[in-house]
Design a protein around this ligand. Structure first.
Ligand SMILES: [Zn+2]
Length: 196
């Protein structure tokens, strides 16, 4: 599974203490998620009865598959479903579509930054701009919704960039969990592998 298009929601406060169980409880209560079909790490849920109220598809008729096939199998590389990912440490998720931001001080592209984030960044390390030597916080740069970070993620798999956005009620309910406002991003490419 090398190309997982996904809409990712995450709290803007990267190292908050919100737990996956509290988060999952909310997602079940509001009907974003239905049955859990993989209780592993990350946990996977089928779309709930109110999924399309909370995830707003921008096209007129989204071609999405929400249920198991006739044999009861769920192909996670095809079926639109919800992944709740909880990590022990703050991680970043980048994708093949991640847009390299410019340095906030000299505006030059921050070459090397994306590779560093994917391979060796540890929260809350700063990146020295190769052009002007300013230290920049990668989490505050203008990634145009192509980077996600934190310990806790709600990922809607099989949603392509800009195909859907989180609804206002979903964002309000997530914010009310107390971890601050939530953001969203769209990524394409491999998903993180737990334990790596
Ligand atoms: Zn610079």
């Amino acid at each position: 599974m090398h190309d997982i298009p996904r809409l990712i929601l995450f709290p803007a406060t990267p190292a908050g203490s919100l737990s996956a169980s509290v988060l999952t409880g909310l997602l079940q209560e509001i009907g974003l998620v239905g049955a859990c079909f993989d209780a592993g790490s990350p946990a996977r849920f089928l779309a709930g009865e109110a999924f399309l109220n909370h995830i707003v598809f921008l096209g007129c008729s989204p071609a999405i598959e929400l249920a198991a096939d006739a044999g009861g199998r769920i192909d996670v590389s095809r079926v639109t479903h919800v992944v709740v990912r909880e990590c022990p440490d703050v991680i970043v998720q980048t994708g093949d579509n991640t847009r390299l931001p410019g340095c906030p001080h000299c505006s030059e592209p921050l070459h090397g930054l994306t590779e560093w984030l994917a391979q060796s960044w540890v929260y809350p390390a700063l990146w020295p701009c190769r052009n002007c030597d300013s230290e920049v916080d990668p989490l505050t740069l203008g990634w145009r919704r192509t980077l996600a970070f934190g310990r806790l993620f709600v990922e809607i798999w099989q949603v392509y960039p800009h195909e859907a956005v989180p609804g206002n009620i979903l964002l309000e309910r997530l914010t009310a969990l107390g971890a601050g406002p939530w953001r969203h991003a769209w990524l394409r490419g491999p998903a993180p592998v737990p334990g790596q």
